[in-house]
Ligand binder design. Structure first.
Ligand code: MSP
Length: 515
């Protein structure tokens, strides 16, 4: 039976249109899902929308639509984005679906039966934007108004509420983090969570009574469930919960919850506590990535500067956008989107370094090797060094993907691309054509085989372009998985190749193009 891999994005609030921040998380998960599939895993890649709560209710109200029609419409935007970004999701969950309502209510009953939920009343601060409760000491005052640590406004709430006994989970959580040092990444974020939990935990309000848009609490429908308890449960709903036979045991616990740093606490503190309380397994890892700004500014509705990923795909190309998002920042860090940076990356790395290499080499093969994979002679040290570097890539890719270090994965691949470019210049096959055609064939063979490795390994990041590169190398569709990256599956000399075509166009500014 093949190994399984279950990766999730957060489920996105349907109060707004998707922007590049949302696209980022989904793209990172897509790269992981594709990588693991190519590496022989049985993958489940989950995304979806978070549709209950006060924030969504308010957004529906503002739009003058009932919440269900509103969420139907906005959820569809997130679903459409998956297609626009060529993401390979396996399931799309909506928290308004019956399967999810069943799962959340089952989880609630279980927590209640085990004595972890009790009725009380809440009096304290709440931020609708964060959908989070805060204590006075966490707040700051800006222009006379109290604000959450995220900068979001807060309001005073007093209402009957059920509580989850989070305070009892401090020690079990700390023991769990200690025993599972890779559970929270990156390290700096792990330390933040540890110090938050060491500071002590208060019982968590897990139901609301002052509005209606949510999952009713079983046997007490004056209450609806706190949106985060509802939302986090999506990860087990999609694995089949409450049916714990069948798919569930194969999928759960998830291998990775990918989240933005803003919602790490919910995933690394509340979620494992709920699961432990219910006697369910805890996910293997939560990775909190950084936050994008745009041209130096926070993306926000009020500034009107949120960037639509579909517009970037239209302007620069799909794979160019995918590449940029996963290349530009050390994954985990915050970063800034700018058009200039986008153009630099696509022109210097995709068009110049990789595109030119492949176009140059394939054109020489088309002209000088009768349009077929060249027949190599004995390999010289320089050829073996390049092929060796290409063969060694898979291991470094695995290490990078397993730690969600997409930038390192790409660094390693582009290091080989750089070596290949230097090798072309040093070996000068255009000169060998006249002086030593047999040697020219060996050099070109070494290069096309190196390009095969690069194109197979870049599939998770730029799938469409790699498909075209591999078509040009006449690599059959069923020979593009990572198990083909060994010397046993080298390109077969004499295989006819199609006419080469450029895969990574340069982006030329309109004023340059017009002149
Ligand atoms: N609905 C909750 C998550 C529930 S998961 C059980 C939520 N939704 S959200 O729509 O606000 O999306 C949050 C996620 O979108 C962030 O965690 C992050 O993954 C992504 N991003 C939103 N804006 C972002 C940036 N500006 N930059 C990077 N990622 C951002 O929170």
């Amino acid at each position: 039976m093949s190994r399984s891999y279950y990766v999730t994005t957060p489920i996105y609030y349907v109060n707004d249109k998707p922007h590049i921040g949302h696209a980022y998380t989904t793209l990172a998960c897509d790269a992981l899902a594709r990588f693991k599939r190519l590496d022989g895993y049985d993958v489940m890649f989950l995304t979806g929308t978070d549709e209950h709560g006060q924030k969504v209710e308010a957004a529906a109200d503002a739009a003058g639509v009932d919440p269900q029609s509103f969420t139907d419409r906005v959820s569809q935007n997130f679903r459409d984005l998956i297609g626009v970004m060529n993401c390979s999701t396996d399931d799309f969950i909506r928290t308004t679906e019956p399967r999810h309502v069943t799962a959340v209510q089952a989880l609630w009953r279980r927590l209640k039966e085990k004595g972890h939920i009790y009725l009380g009343s809440y009096a304290g601060w709440y931020s609708v934007r964060d959908e989070a409760f805060y204590v006075e000491t966490e707040l700051t005052t800006v222009n006379g108004e109290k604000r959450a640590p995220s900068g979001a406004p807060v309001e005073w709430v007093e209402e009957p509420s059920y509580f989850f006994d989070l305070s009892k989970w401090q020690e079990p959580l700390l023991a769990f983090y200690e025993a599972n040092p890779d559970f929270i990444a990156p390290e700096s974020r792990r330390n933040e969570v540890l110090s938050f939990v060491r500071g002590g935990l208060r019982d968590l309000s897990v139901s609301r009574t002052s509005f209606k848009w949510g999952v009713p609490v079983p046997d007490d429908d004056a209450h609806i469930m706190y949106v985060w308890l509802d939302a986090l449960t999506n990860y087990i709903t999609a694995a089949g919960y409450p049916d714990t036979d069948g798919q569930y045991s194969k999928r759960w616990p998830a291998d990775l919850h990918m989240v933005g740093k803003d919602i790490l606490r919910f995933h690394a503190v509340y979620w494992p506590a709920f699961l432990m309380g219910a006697g369910l397994e805890v996910p293997k890892r939560v990775f909190a990535h950084g936050w994008w700004t745009v041209e130096g500014q926070k993306m926000s509705k009020s500034l009107g500067n949120a960037i639509d990923p579909a517009a970037l795909v239209d302007t620069y190309g799909l794979d160019q956008f995918r590449y940029f998002m996963l290349r530009e920042l050390p994954f985990g860090n915050d970063g800034d989107f700018s058009h200039r940076a986008m153009i630099n990356r696509m022109n210097s790395e995709l068009a110049n370094d990789l595109g030119n290499l492949s176009q140059r080499v394939l054109s020489m093969v088309a002209k000088n090797c009768a349009g077929a994979v060249p027949q190599p002679g004995a390999f010289a040290a320089a050829d073996e060094a390049l092929l060796g570097a290409a063969d060694a890539l898979l291991e470094s890719q695995r290490a990078a993907y397993d730690t969600q270090a997409f930038h390192k994965a790409l660094d390693a691949i582009f290091d080989v691309v750089g070596r290949a470019n230097r090798y072309v210049d040093e070996q000068a096959p255009w000169t060998l054509r006249k002086t030593d055609p047999a040697r020219m064939a060996t050099v070109l063979y070494t290069l096309v085989e190196t390009i095969r490795h690069v194109a197979i390994l870049l599939q998770p990041i730029v799938p469409g372009s790699c498909e075209r590169m591999l078509d040009q190398l006449a690599v059959p569709a069923d020979a593009r998985d990572f198990d083909r990256l060994t010397p046993d599956y080298r390109l077969v000399p004499g295989t006819p190749l199609p006419k080469p075509e450029g895969v990574f166009p340069r982006w030329v500014a309109e004023e340059e193009a017009g002149s």
